[in-house]
Design a protein around this ligand. Structure first.
Ligand code: ZN
Length: 372
């Protein structure tokens, strides 16, 4: 380069200036793509009965809650990457793992090879023997970027505030959205605690301006009751990812659902998992065992909630395809199973004023709600 002629020098300068301009332009474009126009973007990735929800805050920071299943030619990891790209993300800053079951942490090893991941959050080292290899795999990937969370811990993405509601058993001490006494707790039905992982669950509250969301993964009835009784610690929720993929197997306690009064519910079910599954119900009140004092069909239990305005499903249930037990077809992201399943996500775009638009990426069907 030392023998460059002045002409070469000029060319270099022009090239350098052009490169700077292109770089600046890229910066402007990528930040505007990432901000989503001042909106919090959410994508429920179709992991067919696992869980994976991606959040991109207006400031460009991102958080992934769970990673779907392993295997299947890395199907779920690839779907997460596609959702990230659709939001203009080139990395994910925060990865929260709800628990050590394969449908929630299984997609992580493949994902870590496809996308840079920042900080990892989990409930701690309690693990059932059957899940040990998933847990060890996680620890190897998270390395020194691992954080064990406790109820009340906060992850801040600019104006978006993510709080841990429950982790490793205990629930948050202080109400997140203004706690009030919950009259539904009086003689509310109880269920026996689930197996350990569903009690250790990490559950999150997400707030952006007046918009309030919660997602509890596979948290069981006993955790729900602790969050809802005697004080409802969640307040009223605008957008709720229903637990247990909508099967409401040892979850969906009416004392919680009736108190948080979700406006919109998303069901992260699979074609043959979650919603539509027949579950054995063991319930007990202070008077002993009684007939269930609540709706047993999962979809109907949600559809009958007092303030419900919309239920969106990742899949049509092929276990119980009765139209009366599934939401409106326009609000179901995937109708097929197996190779025919295209893995369409459900998305939300939340504005700072609390309005949020849900979209079915299969057909573009959208509906806008106003947080109340
Ligand atoms: Zn699960």
């Amino acid at each position: 380069m030392s023998d460059s002629t002045p002409f070469d020098g000029d060319k270099h300068m022009i090239r350098a200036l052009a490169a700077t301009l292109v770089g600046l332009l890229a910066l402007v474009c990528s930040s505007s793509a990432q901000t989503g126009g001042g909106r919090l973007q959410i994508s429920w990735i179709d992991v067919e009965g696992g869980a994976s929800t991606l959040f991109a805050a207006p400031n460009g920071q991102s958080l992934l809650f769970d990673t779907g299943f392993p295997g299947n030619d890395d199907r779920d990891a690839k779907r997460i990457v596609a959702a990230a790209r659709a939001m203009g993300l080139t990395r994910i800053d925060h990865v929260v793992i709800s628990h050590w079951h394969g449908d929630h942490v299984g997609g992580l090893p493949a994902l870590a090879k496809l996308l840079p991941l920042g900080t990892f959050y989990d409930h701690g080292d309690g693990v059932e023997e059957s899940d040990r290899s998933l847990y060890e795999g996680y620890k190897a990937i998270a390395g020194t970027h691992r954080r064990i969370v406790r109820p009340g811990d906060t992850i801040t993405l600019g104006d978006v505030r993510v709080r841990v509601l429950v982790a490793e058993g205990p629930v948050i001490a202080d109400a997140v959205n203004g706690g009030t006494a919950n009259l539904l707790c009086t003689n509310a039905a109880r269920q026996e605690p689930a197996a350990p992982e569903n009690i250790r669950m990490v559950g999150l509250a997400i707030n952006y301006g007046p918009f309030k969301m919660a997602t509890l993964g596979d948290a069981d009835w006993s955790r729900e009751m602790e969050l809802a009784c005697p004080v409802n610690k969640l307040g009223r929720i605008n957008l709720y990812t229903i637990n247990r993929h909508g099967s409401l197997d040892n979850s969906g306690a009416p004392a919680l659902l009736g108190a948080i009064q979700p406006q919109v519910i998303v069901v992260n079910n699979g074609p043959r998992k979650g919603l539509g599954q027949k579950v054995a119900v063991k319930y007990v009140t202070r008077q002993g065992e009684t007939p269930a004092p609540y709706e047993l069909n999962s979809y109907l239990r949600l559809a009958k909630l007092p303030a419900i305005e919309g239920i969106w499903q990742g899949h049509q249930s092929l276990l119980d395809a009765d139209a009366a037990h599934n939401t409106a077809p326009d609000m179901i992201a995937n109708l097929e199973e197996g190779a025919a399943d295209r893995g369409h996500p459900i998305t939300a775009a939340v504005s700072a004023d609390g309005t949020f638009t849900m979209t079915n990426s299969r057909n573009g069907f959208a509906r806008t709600y106003r947080a109340r």
